[in-house]
Design a protein around this ligand. Structure first.
Ligand code: JD8
Length: 283
């Protein structure tokens, strides 16, 4: 996959050169190119922003540098092969939610361009004119306000990159990722443990050293139910009950859930009592 990032802070993307994504790039699984937007400015101050039409606080990013930057980056795509066109991803707090499903969809692309805005954002005409020649995705990584798009690009490139074939070693599989489609879809991960078996007076749950694989799988699923009930109950409420087996329903009932039609519902307060110490459901 080729990834181009256009930003006024190229150094902000340096983390893409290390760890998982850095190694993937070293192995040629990813071709990541960062571009300084100011390369497409020609005045002594290398100006990329101006005051907003209609007034208001802050500054807006000018369209001209962006237009030229995108023209240059996609220049080597032959017009007669639109299938080779990249998808333009624009991080913005007013975008659609960036989710695991969106990450999986974008991981199917061969080429992504990320446009990092700053200030109050990018002049709208840049996105509208880009949409005339390539797919555009305006995405938000969460309901909080950042100062710019760079950190959102770091989040998205890691979430997408780790889904590419060969990037994750087989040990680290995406098979049972939280939020990934499949058994643990929209379930939070349960607690994890490693050696030593005893630490500061705390023992690892016996079940995990029992060697009873079936019981361990059951315990982990129950732990995922417990943590999801406490931290993200809305995820369980949208779970398709058809995916639940008998033991799932028993575990969820213990957490205050009941099946109503195809959905799980929970009586307010039900199962809210914090798991008592020694209860297996350590959240
Ligand atoms: C891109 C400029 C700052 C945003 C005025 C603060 C994503 N989940 C997210 N939160 N914030 C962003 C984000 C913020 C950005 C830009 C993404 C470009 N800003 C602006 C509007 C209000 N300032 C984001 N993804």
């Amino acid at each position: 996959m080729r990834i181009d990032v256009i930003t006024i802070f190229p150094e902000y993307l340096a983390p893409l050169g290390v760890s998982l994504i850095g190694k993937a790039a070293d192995r040629g699984l990813l071709d990541i190119r960062t571009h300084d937007l100011r390369a497409w400015t020609y005045d002594v101050h290398r100006t990329v922003d101006d005051t907003p039409y209609g007034g208001g606080p802050g500054m807006v990013m000018k369209p001209e540098p962006w237009g030229e930057a995108l023209d240059t980056v996609i220049a080597d795509v032959a017009p007669e092969s639109p299938e080779l066109l990249p998808t333009l991803v624009v991080p913005t707090p007013s975008g659609r939610p960036f989710t695991q499903a969106k990450a999986a969809q974008l991981a199917e692309s061969s080429w992504l361009i990320f446009a990092c805005g700053r200030y109050e954002g990018i002049d709208r005409r840049v996105i509208d004119s880009a949409a005339e020649r390539m797919p555009v995705e305006e995405l938000s990584i969460g309901d909080y306000v950042l100062a710019g798009g760079e950190v959102a690009v770091l989040v998205m490139v890691e979430a997408i990159g780790r889904l590419l074939p060969g990037v994750l070693g087989n040990a680290e599989s995406v098979r049972d990722d939280s939020f990934a489609s499949g058994a643990m879809e929209s379930l939070l991960e349960g607690p994890v443990y490693t050696k030593p078996a005893e630490w500061r007076g705390q023992a690892v749950p016996e079940i995990l050293t029992s060697g009873n694989h079936g019981a361990i799988v059951r315990w982990r699923r129950d732990q995922a139910f417990a943590r999801t009930t406490v931290n993200r109950p809305e995820l369980l409420a949208k779970l398709d009950v058809a995916a639940l087996d008998k033991k799932d329903r028993i575990a969820l009932a213990a957490l205050g859930w009941r099946v109503e039609g195809e959905r799980l519902v929970r009586d307010v307060g039900a199962g809210d009592e914090k798991p008592a110490p020694g209860d297996d459901f350590t959240v």
